[in-house]
Write a protein that binds this ligand. Structure first.
Ligand SMILES: Cc1cc2nc3c(=O)[nH]c(=O)nc-3n(C[C@H](O)[C@H](O)[C@H](O)COP(=O)(O)OP(=O)(O)OC[C@H]3O[C@@H](n4cnc5c(N)ncnc54)[C@H](O)[C@@H]3O)c2cc1C
Length: 355
């Protein structure tokens, strides 16, 4: 008998940070590891768009000293990161119900960090370390368990001894059929677990100069009624890129990206009236419309609803089916740290079972 035939087949569904963290934990295990990913790229809610050597951060960006599982991984993988500078003043744009005003930013205790070359550095580093067969554009539709698992995508079928479902719980409920059916209470919990940031529209821009900066103000802006709701500086330390990132008002989720871009740039022009600027790149992602993050008919939930609920960490079918997206984590669920924490935890559970 070949050695391959004796090895257990482990299937990870979803190549976001949690799925890749599990694969990383299993990198030296004697298993056949396959990852099925619906998108044509890795990272899921981590998405650094690269355009003409510019980095546009469309998904997860910031972390802090309390994110211990993430920091541990970043340090082992030796990925450069830096402090997010917010300046000493913020602009509050209260128009049309008020004026444009400046406020002192109160001194923040703990620092906020971001990756020097984009969050995608973390995904690329994990990709380099893992040893798995990664199948892109494979949208899982059904998981069936008998003596082992059969996992069907739109065009293929895969067999496995262990399956790790690394998708946001609500998306599992809304898009994957499991046979024999999971308990009703568990299915209700999946459908009632909020997918963190799935309601956001994130924008990212690059400019030829940092026209907005003064000694006091470096880019922090809030506005309750305009298109830009929150904005922060996103320039490179070495000044290779001058950029701003932030979140847009959800009122604009139904207009096209070109119109959102025009409105964002018009808001900036109306604030920095005495400056002229050249835009090198603009992108935004309306995450509510990303079918591999949230289903179009997903029910509305309160932010962080049921995130971290211990029941989400229940294993099924003789401890062979696990759920592992960030929202299932015992630590900082919803965040990158939660994705690493739970991804590693599931990898370690499997290592113990296979030992
Ligand atoms: C705009 C935005 C900003 C954010 N900002 C921050 C931040 O600043 N700091 C922070 O800590 N966190 C932030 N987050 C949250 C952070 O991105 C997530 O916690 C983390 O990336 C989740 O990783 P995950 O692997 O658990 O899930 P995901 O990244 O959602 O991964 C799930 C994977 O499954 C795939 N998939 C889906 N359906 C199927 C299917 N049927 N078959 C196969 N594959 C499938 C998806 O394509 C995806 O790759 C942000 C998220 C967003 C959207």
């Amino acid at each position: 008998m070949q050695e391959n035939e004796l090895m257990q087949n482990v299937l990870i569904i979803g190549a976001g940070l949690s799925g890749l963290s599990t694969a990383y934990t299993l990198r030296n295990a004697n298993v056949n590891l396959t990852i099925l990913e619906a998108r044509p790229r890795l990272g899921g809610r981590i998405y650094t768009k690269k355009e003409n050597q510019l980095h546009l951060e469309m998904g997860a960006t910031w972390f802090g000293p309390q994110h211990t599982s993430l920091l541990k991984l970043i340090n082992v993988l030796n990925i450069p990161y830096k402090v997010q500078e917010n300046g000493r003043e913020a602009i509050y744009d209260f128009r049309p119900n008020g004026n444009i005003e400046r406020f002192q930013i109160p001194h923040q205790g703990a620092a906020t960090y971001k990756f020097e070359n984009g969050t995608i550095d973390l995904i690329d580093a994990l990709h380099q370390e893992i040893s798995a067969s990664i199948m892109y554009n494979e949208v899982v539709k059904t998981i069936t368990y008998d003596t082992h698992f059969k996992v069907k995508t739109e065009s293929n079928q895969f067999e496995a001894d262990y399956v790790i479902v690394s998708l946001p719980p609500q998306l599992v409920h809304d898009s994957i059929q499991v046979e024999p059916a999971l308990p009703d209470l568990f299915k209700d919990l999946l459908s009632s677990t909020h997918t963190w940031m799935s309601d956001s529209i994130k924008f990212s821009t690059a400019f030829a100069s940092d026209f907005w900066k003064t000694n006091q103000f470096i880019g922090t802006l809030m506005s309750p009624h305009q298109i830009i709701q929150e904005m922060y500086d996103h320039s490179d330390l070495n000044k290779a890129q001058h950029g701003l990132v932030g979140f847009l008002n959800s009122r604009y989720s139904h207009v096209n990206q070109q119109l959102r871009k025009t409105k964002v740039l018009n808001q900036l022009k109306s604030i920095f009236t005495n400056k002229s600027f050249e835009t090198k790149a603009y992108a935004d992602v309306n995450w509510r419309a990303e079918e591999f993050t949230i289903h179009k008919n997903a029910k509305s939930l309160v932010p962080h609803q049921n995130n971290g609920n211990p029941q989400l960490r229940t294993a099924f079918y003789n401890d062979r089916l696990f759920f592992s997206a960030s929202e299932t984590a015992a630590q900082t669920p919803g965040y990158m740290d939660g994705a690493v924490h739970r991804g590693v935890e599931v990898g370690e559970l499997l290592l113990n079972k296979l030992a």
